[in-house]
Design a protein. Structure first.
Ligand SMILES: [Fe+2]
Length: 445
């Protein structure tokens, strides 16, 4: 071998070593993230008893045990079954029980009957979880660069999927506990009292007409429904500096807001009457004052906190009563473009929206992220040029683009690392069990 080709061979060996080092570092990073997210689900369940984990209090709510197993099924179905040669499911029937809505992945158990499933037990569901985690560990640890390239996007989708279920786990256990006259405490968190915080005045911030870029720019992870990025004309508008508070919402209730059809959409008016709504979900009049069920137990409603657990119909009626409207999702995204992604998220473990402190009196946007999801008046529909991906994972978002409204900004049950300025959450207009709130917008006066 000539000195030149010897040098080239040495270079090749060194490059290969560098490559395998960088692949090892990448796998290490992915596994660290995987375990961090999986562990946080376990942390959320840490104080729950097995009896808590099997109740389904309404069709929208899933038992904690189901969330624990379904998030595991996701990694098993879309990674292990696809990429791990010779992988055989220990209990093949779990594929039927823990599939949620992926028709391309096979048939599934009825969503509204999840609370009737006492087996597998909670302990068995946790064992399933641990077993899939160790399979993922060993698959990734021996994966070469090409395989990691294939697995990584699905694994990262699995992280975000699990974070979504962490949020549902929190809101679902709240609904479960709220049915219990003993009002169980999920976490005993001292909530700041309005006396110590004071009241932050609502102000409106003006935005000029502009053509802006809407949607994700492709740097880092995003769901497919956040794209394609496109241009949109956003006419002049103003946006409230903070979400509507409980105190402000009480004024709507006291002004007979729930009994005055002039504020309500027709469908909303029908729903209010059918459901006999008189206040947000979890609110009760107790000895002449409003109280509500929180994840820290039954408490007086704090007037300074953002109002939450309101439907789109209530948010819209409140806005009409207040002489304002809900923002469009484009207005919201434009306004959020300069806001740092900080706020009260699930990692803070308050599990409840927080009142804005006195420092919130300055004229800028506050609480755009965290605390409460903000209803927009935008129907959840595809952006121009949107195409759902083929196969089961293409069922993630696209097929839900009908009869739902977009919410923005995340809540006290959302992970900080999960939310983005372009993030589009969506629910049907009558849903109230998520931490949903209101931020007002206005047209030029
Ligand atoms: Fe899911």
């Amino acid at each position: 071998m000539s000195p030149v080709s010897a040098d080239a061979a040495t270079d090749r060996v060194a490059a290969k070593r560098d490559h395998s080092h960088s692949n090892a570092a990448r796998v290490e990073g992915l596994l660290a993230r995987f375990h961090q997210i999986r562990d946080f689900t376990n942390t959320l369940c840490a104080d729950l008893e097995p009896e808590d984990c099997v109740v389904q209090s309404m069709p929208d709510v899933s038992p904690t045990k189901w969330h624990v197993a379904h998030t595991t099924w996701f990694f098993e179905t879309f990674i292990l079954k696809k990429f791990s040669p010779g992988y055989r499911a220990e209990i093949p029937e779990y594929a039927y029980l823990f599939n949620s809505y992926y028709n391309a992945a096979g048939s599934m158990h009825r969503r509204d009957l999840r609370g009737l499933i006492s087996r597998p037990t909670v302990r068995e569901a946790q064992r399933y979880r641990a077993s899939i985690d160790s399979h993922i560990d060993s698959l990734l640890s021996r994966a070469d660069e090409k395989l990691v390239d294939e697995i990584e996007p699905i694994l990262v989708l699995g992280f975000h999927h699990e974070q979504q279920h962490q949020e549902l786990l929190v809101t679902d256990i709240k609904h479960v506990f709220a049915q219990n006259p003993l009002y169980p405490v999920f976490r005993d968190v001292a909530l700041a009292s309005s006396q110590s915080i004071g009241k932050a005045r609502q102000q409106f911030i003006d935005f000029e007409e502009a053509i802006i870029d809407i949607g994700h720019d492709g740097r880092g992870f995003a769901y497919d429904n956040e794209g394609p990025r496109h241009r949109a004309l956003v006419p002049v508008f103003s946006l409230s500096s903070r979400p509507v508070t409980n105190g402000e919402y009480m004024a709507f209730i006291e002004d007979n807001g729930y009994a005055r059809p002039e504020f309500w959409l027709s469908l909303g008016w029908m729903t209010v009457n059918e459901q006999r709504w008189q206040a947000p979900l979890y609110w009760t009049k107790h000895e002449g004052a409003w109280w509500h069920f929180t994840l820290s137990g039954f408490r007086p409603v704090d007037e300074s906190e953002p109002v939450t657990h309101v439907s789109y119909f209530e948010a819209d009626a409140y806005a009409n009563w207040a002489g304002a409207r809900l923002p469009t999702e484009f207005e919201w995204e434009r306004a959020a473009s300069d806001c740092p992604i900080e706020g009260n998220f699930v990692e803070d473990e308050n599990f409840h929206p927080r009142a804005l402190s006195n420092s919130g009196a300055d004229k800028r946007l506050h609480q755009m992220f965290g605390d409460v999801w903000e209803w927009t008046r935008s129907a959840y529909s595809p952006y121009p040029g949107y195409r759902a991906a083929p196969g089961a994972l293409g069922e993630y978002n696209g097929k839900f683009m009908c009869n739902q409204y977009v919410l923005r900004g995340g809540s006290c049950a959302t992970s900080r690392s999960h939310i983005r300025r372009t993030y589009r959450n969506f629910f049907q207009p009558e849903k109230r069990w998520q931490f949903t709130g209101i931020r007002l917008a206005r047209d030029p006066q």
